[in-house]
Design a protein around this ligand. Structure first.
Ligand SMILES: *Cc1c(COP(=O)(O)O)cnc(C)c1O
Length: 454
């Protein structure tokens, strides 16, 4: 199994070459479980199979049943759209079995990842000592960061582990934060939003009201701001929240998993004012920064605090900590240990294309959102739910029920026109388009909107 195998190598590289050569990835389709199970049956057993035959099952059964996130017509949820350079370099990371646990084992990979993290930290305006690691995504980043928020507060205030704690969030905060709080045993203080944005004023008012009510519910030790809500692409009042966090000694976590890419767009810079004060920041390059899955960037303003919480103590790990603080061990900055250096595809692609190309690709998503918004305003039967701030557009189809929206999305997918998913806004089911892929055209958007209005 470990001998060089030129025929196998050629077989797989040809497949990759074909895929990389497609002008537009096929959208794909959902598949039936019984059919899939039957079509893959019999491959796994004591004896192996001809690789060409196994690969045929992949290309005929598996691949088409995975909706291509890198199709420009994937407009549901938050799409991914890896550059060719990033996607191909991901293959290099696998082929070389690169890993990225400790400086001792993987110095070069970690240095390249850290330079990519530095670039993101600079865009956000974080200080020189900021740093962190790449994790599997926003969920892992939020969890790792909020554990540091919790344990830093406990240490600073000499609280024992039974003292109840809370972290302020809004009703627009990503579901992964609710999961995180449940996992780490911290309750949410849900702050009401003004027009779906969490503001400093609202946080201050909520803290005041809360103090009056007494604090048996738990000390509030942090706040989660969202820079680009997943549902509507709204950026919270980061500067205001940072200010209130400072006044009240709260950990200021910014979840920019989707919206962080907007830091590349000068036209948006003002919206992100205050992000530079983040104690921890999450940006998912596998969303709007054109890296393959899975890749989330996690940065801390003071990485020493993360080290104090996440460093794993085991006698067989002493070797990787021999140099103390001098060496950068990614395992010290999140709850992981063994990890793929998943920041390398981003690093390679950034180095190959330059940040100007990234700025332009991010701006394309913003232009598509504006185009869709203008088109909706001119189309009878369609209404804009609100002006898009980033690259997500919410559209009301006058007279449609939730069932109509779901049926329309299913039809678009069947016809290969697009993959969309409805969402709910203030109790109402609406159409939602999320633009990430630089290959989506105004014509494709017009086609989709025309079918919505029909
Ligand atoms: C997508 C998203 C997450 C979760 O990120 P994963 O990479 O899917 O784990 C968290 N927060 C926000 C705002 C997101 O958009």
């Amino acid at each position: 199994m470990h001998e060089p195998d030129p025929a196998l190598t050629r077989l797989l590289l040809d497949l990759v070459g074909t895929r990389m050569g497609l002008a537009e990835a096929p959208l794909g389709r959902p598949a039936d479980e019984t059919e899939l199970r039957a079509s893959l049956k019999g491959l796994l057993g004591p004896a192996g199979n001809n690789p060409a035959e196994v690969l045929r099952r992949y290309t005929e059964q598996i691949e088409p049943s995975v909706i291509s996130c890198d199709s420009p017509r994937f407009l549901a949820f938050i799409p991914g759209a890896p550059t060719k350079a990033a996607a191909l370099f991901d293959m290099v990371v696998s082929a070389a079995s690169l890993h990225g646990v400790s400086w001792l084992e993987a110095a070069g990979a970690i240095e390249a990842e850290n330079q990519a993290l530095r670039l993101l930290a600079d865009l956000a305006g974080m200080p020189e000592q900021a740093g962190g690691t790449f994790v599997s995504g926003g969920s892992a980043g939020n969890l790792s960061a909020l554990v540091v928020a919790r344990d830093t507060a406990r240490a600073r205030l000499s609280l024992d582990t039974r003292a109840p704690l809370r972290i302020a969030v809004s009703d627009q905060t990503h579901s992964s934060v609710a999961n995180t709080l449940r996992i780490i045993g911290v309750d949410p203080l849900v702050v009401p939003t003004e027009d779906h944005r969490l503001t400093g004023a609202a946080l201050r008012a909520a803290l005041l009201a809360d103090q009056a009510a007494g604090d048996e519910l738990g000390l509030v030790i942090g706040v989660v701001a969202t820079a680009g809500t997943t549902n509507a692409g709204l950026v919270d009042d980061l500067a205001g929240l940072a200010q209130v966090a400072r006044e009240h000694g709260l950990w200021f976590h910014v979840d920019a998993a989707y919206g962080g890419a907007g830091l590349f767009a000068p036209s948006l810079r003002e919206k992100y004012r205050g992000i530079e004060h983040a104690d921890s920041l999450v940006i998912d390059p596998h969303k709007w920064l054109f890296a393959p899955f899975d890749c989330g960037a996690l940065l801390y303003r003071d990485p020493r605090l993360a080290r104090a919480v996440h460093t794993q103590d085991a006698s067989y790990l002493d070797a990787i900590h021999a140099e103390g603080d001098a060496e950068w061990n990614p395992s010290d900055y999140a709850y992981h240990l063994t990890r793929r250096p998943r920041g390398l595809p981003l690093w390679f692609s950034l180095a190959v294309h330059g940040t100007d190309a990234y700025r332009e690709a991010v701006e394309h998503g913003l232009r598509m959102a504006r185009h869709a918004a203008e088109r909706v305003a001119r189309t009878p039967g369609l209404e804009l739910v609100r002006e898009p701030e980033l690259s997500v557009v919410l559209i009301r189809r006058v007279g449609w029920s939730a069932a109509d929206h779901h049926a329309w999305c299913a039809r678009l997918l069947r016809q290969g026109v697009g993959f969309l998913a409805p969402t709910v806004w203030e109790g109402e089911t609406v159409a939602r388009l999320a633009f990430v892929h630089p290959g989506i055209t105004e014509e494709a958007v017009d086609q989709i909107l025309a079918s919505l209005a029909r």
